[in-house]
Design a protein around this ligand. Sequence first.
Ligand code: ADP
Ligand code: ZN
Ligand code: ZN
Length: 762
Amino acid sequence: MDNHFADIILPLAVKGTFTYAIPEPAAGSVFEGSRVLIQFGNKKLYSGIVSRIHNIPPTGRQVRTIERILDPYPVVTSLQLKFWSWIADYYMCSHGEVMKAALPSSLCLEGVATIPVPEKYKPRTETFVRLASDFTASHLNEILDKLSKAPKQYDLLVDYLRLSGYVEGLSPNPVLKSLLIRESHSSVAACEALIKKNILTAVSLETGRLTDCLTTPEPVKTLSNDQNDALGSIRKCFADKDIALLFGVTSSGKTEIYIHLIEEQLKKGKQVLYLLPEISLTTQIIQRLNRHFGSVTGVYHSRFNNQEKVEIWNRVAGRGNGKNYSLIIGARSALFLPFTNLGLIIVDEEQDGSYKQHDPSPRYNARDSAAVLAALHGAKTILGSASPSIESYYNAITGKYGLVELKQRYGSIRLPDIILANTREAYRKKLMVSHFTPQLLEAMDEALGRDEQIILFQNRRGFSPYIECPECGWVPSCVQCAVSLTYHKSEGRMVCHYCGFSTAIPHHCENCNSTGLLSRGFGTEKIEDEIRIVFPSARVARMDQDTTKGKNSFDRLIRALEEKQTDILIGTQMISKGLDIENLTVVGILNADNMLNFPDFRAHERSFHMMEQVSGRAGRRQKIGKVVIQTSDPDNKIIRLVVNHDYKNLFRIQVEERKAFNYPPFSRMIKISLKHKDRSLLNEFAEILGRDLKNIFGKRVLGPEYPLVSRIQLWYIKNIIIKLEKEKSSAASRQLIREAVERLEGQKGASSLKIAIDVDPY
Ligand code: ADP
Ligand code: ZN
Ligand code: ZN
């Protein structure tokens, strides 16, 4: 018998799949993973993904028929469907929510009235230059001689020859014009001049919009002995384990080791996924990888537009018309690309909290999900870090993961010296200049005197976190959220960092009418202002959410740093990771205290990682780096550990604490957030669910409690946390929780409640 029915996943937060009839003539062209158009609800059309084909007619309702089969091939592989199922089950969400997160939105029609005409992908063309004819080497020498009076043109031609990999007798390779001008520090005018003289010619070519390098690949670097040993150990680990943790100090050459592992996989015809926690990090890594692997390298993250995402999707699936990708560098969403034969997943900076998606559902952790995806492909996973998460290191020393360590920086460069600057004392002695201690100013002065570069880290954007009435203590706060508004000076607005609400700067206190409102604390914007005053001749830039809204803004800021156009870069956590700038020698951490005092069991761990990471940016090549940490509490035990780069003791202390209080890795946490616009109804529902869960899980249930920010966008919030025993089957516990939530949803009036489940909250 033929298969007549298809179970279909819809891009909605509804549970389960929906069964539709397959139209007779289409019987042979519907597969698991096919994208189909169906009617759901009234008249709305949705694209759904077929998850199963079978012969069991649905009972109890008239079965509808699929309207149309959208593509001639399945868009989603069966392996992806398995991965989606795992995510939906483990992270307690619907298949439709996973589908929405996984598919580029143009592949995912939601509730449209008519069928939109598919966007046609228009290949993007860019201007390249190449030699105007097949000049011989001696001819080229003559040309260069003649250009010696035009140094810019001379440099440009020399760089063209280098970048294009000129070989006499072969037809000349094109080089992206903008890349050439940038690399040779030349100008558009010089390039135009060479074109006019018929030495170069401009051609318009279709580009992979994601790579801008068409040069011959460079061979991978030869590894040092330590690095070679580490590489050997990783291979040995992979003989009997699927996951290896590469624990290597900053600048030890972890990336070079990944490059060797990637090369090995690509030679075997396998695909590699290289995950990074932040989009800002892709800029430098893509350049490094491009150099070795050229055009098979693609990037994927949320900033690409829809057409681009679909194009990458097809290239990863092997439908790229000869332009397929076998190496993808991406942020967490790259996990959902349609890989056909992954051999390796690299999770760099595995400790990073940005791997966790907070909102919307699926609230997945890309690091943990990567291991599952790799297992589905029979691939290996490498987790890399200079300060591993407590969970991963615990898994490594207990034998679940392989453990490989690199204790030396490449070239035996010392780790940077860390200096603690006591802000309390400096304030008392009146030695502070704005927000800077004498130690930091001195280090900066010295670096600027040697033409070296500096980064200053402050984990708060805006000008100041709040303003306050000194008479009565009134603080302007968001009308929708229970938080104070942040003062953004250049925009001239008070902005809510939770909901985006903004309002004009108040000139007087709304409470007592007094006028002398004061701004309190400092963010990156204020630091930038002050630095410009303290170092008027330095070239200063700022990198935070406010200055990186455009798609290429990261590239521009990082390039300026690489090309020594920026002396001092001020930034939030965006600047703390991954940057590899040769001439950067001083790192200032402006306020270590506010990270440490955050009320969360991971706050200490997170602060350690952050300080360790940002310190690692300093002195990565010949020059020895210096890190100045400003704190009012120099005896703080975590700061002490950072000074000594003492991860092992951090781990020991954290493990003791977590064991004592039953936190991960000794338990599994699930957080249930309830939101309601009515505070008392919220309390009622939260009590009901809390009681129900306590009947099942007893003392393992904490709350309900208001979180630190108890109201966001007019929704009051209460959380319940369940710490599950590690040994007990977590699938069974998740089922019990699901049932309790369903019981709550069945209560009268519960439809105006929002419920979010977060498994392994971060
Ligand atoms: P990590 O990823 O551990 O921070 P990187 O791989 O970025 O370290 O290495 C730090 C710097 O040292 C980089 O600029 C890198 O190119 C250089 N480096 C590391 N290993 C080698 C090597 N074997 N040969 C040449 N340069 C190397
Ligand atoms: Zn007042
Ligand atoms: Zn708000």
